[in-house]
Design a protein around this ligand. Sequence first.
Ligand code: ATP
Ligand code: MG
Length: 558
Amino acid sequence: MKENILGSVNDFIRDRVRSDLEEGEINTVVTRFPPEPNGYLHIGHAKSICLNFGIAAEFGGICNLRFDDTNPVKEDQEFIDAIQADLQWLSVGWDRQAKYASDNFEQLFAWAKRLIEDGKAYVDDLTAVEIREYRGTLTEPGRNSPYRDREIEENLALFNRMRDGDFEDGSRVLRAKIDMAAGNINLRDPVLYRIVRVPHPRTGDSWCIYPTYDFAHGQTDAIEGISHSLCTLEFEDHRPLYDWLIDNLPVTARPRQYEFSRLNMSYTVLSKRRLTQLVEEGHVSGWDDPRMPTISGLRRRGVPALAVRDFISRLSISKSEGTVDAAMLEHCIRDSLNQTSMRRMAVLRPLKLVIENYPEGQVEEFQSANNPQDESAGTRVVPFSREIWIERDDFMEDAPKKFFRLSLGREVRLRSAYFVTCTEVIKDASGEVIELRCTYDPETRGANAPDGRKVKGTLHWVSAAHAVEAEVRLYSPLFADENPGAAENFISTLRSNSLEVLKSCKLEPMLAEVADGEVVQFERLGYFCTDPDSSSRALVFNRTIGLRDTFAKAMAKR
Ligand code: ATP
Ligand code: MG
């Protein structure tokens, strides 16, 4: 695993930053991560975050978290709070106050008036539908609005009255006066301000007009002294507009905008619109549902921030679009958890096993390694007694030769304990196996048999008298389609079994004390962490990830 997660990598953006510095074009690198607070951050945002914070750190600059909060209709304080919590958790070196485009609403308003005064913006009375009709298409030029040639004085008066709340929502807009025949549609007199009577999470009821994203974004970059405005490819066509605005306003700074391709991941949707739909329609329990590709979902599932950063560091920063295999993220998660997690025993689908020749009431304590990869992690005590739980899957009645687990007459090792041989199978009236009877060999305590006989299987187990019970939630991919976003109706590609809830799982006693945020390995099963729904009375665990590629298996079963 790469240790220096945000460390110096080479890509075309870093090359340009380097040459901008060498040529003396800029002195200090200032970048920003600019989310709209209209949803939670997802793994795609992590790419932008690591790039912006990484470059700032490498070149001795700074990186701002800036909320581009220009559309209160969709924005909410909940998202502002969640984004900051996620950014903290990602540990990319964000240690400053958040900034907001809305901090600059007065300045932006003044600049809009400046454009009007210079004859470069006008108030348009066309409806939204008409504006669209007048805009033209990729092959046809647009037409000028009949209001385009209003006098400057009239425009100023109308714009002030827009601010004062004299007009209905949507009845008028302020537009830049650029060129309705421009090849780039973004330059066909883009809307700069609209009337929206919706309170803003930060400015409350102070404003009933709001700047558009395009008007606010570049100017806010300039106000913050952003040297490098790094964004995804869809903004490439907006750059000429940002340049036009900067050229026509009294701003001195000119951020350099470089675009890179978004992260797309297989079996995943990363569009906020779609993620919002999953939440609002109740297909998931919330933005932090552990199946969501959100940062908070990954965190709740037990994914370490380190694994997220490691994953991002393996992506290429380029202009070519592509889709990353979701298995790559899984690989990074396993890689990081394998080194740090304590080993524990838990039985998810329990089957009782009674050792008939083991004294009733006797308890033995076995020392078991916390982490075979790390001797310094020490050992723990695991109690053993006459009745234990084993995994239902670890017993098979008519077992084929290659089945190396338990079967009538066969012998296996119980991890860290003894060899046991199954002597009897007890079934209920319906024929279902409900209990196994075994004998154990006291000579095999924590070791091989003195006579040298071998067993092929080692099972995990939990002493019935000592077990703590828990609910365990198993997650697998939400979507059956490799590219759900491309489906006509992505909701129809949701899998029905992406969450499986197991009740009354049996856990070794140590598992009653797992700390929040700690991930443990349930031996032979995978990595698990406690869920925030967990309490001392009702433990709930999430499976972070299986030990091997559970992904392929889950997809085969879909
Ligand atoms: P939507 O999903 O609706 O397109 P968005 O993800 O672009 O919205 P923003 O809040 O504008 O939402 O994103 C903040 C920043 O994160 C932007 O600079 C954007 O370019 C970047 N970003 C968003 N999604 C990805 C992605 N999948 N890969 C890389 N960067 C992304
Ligand atoms: Mg966006």
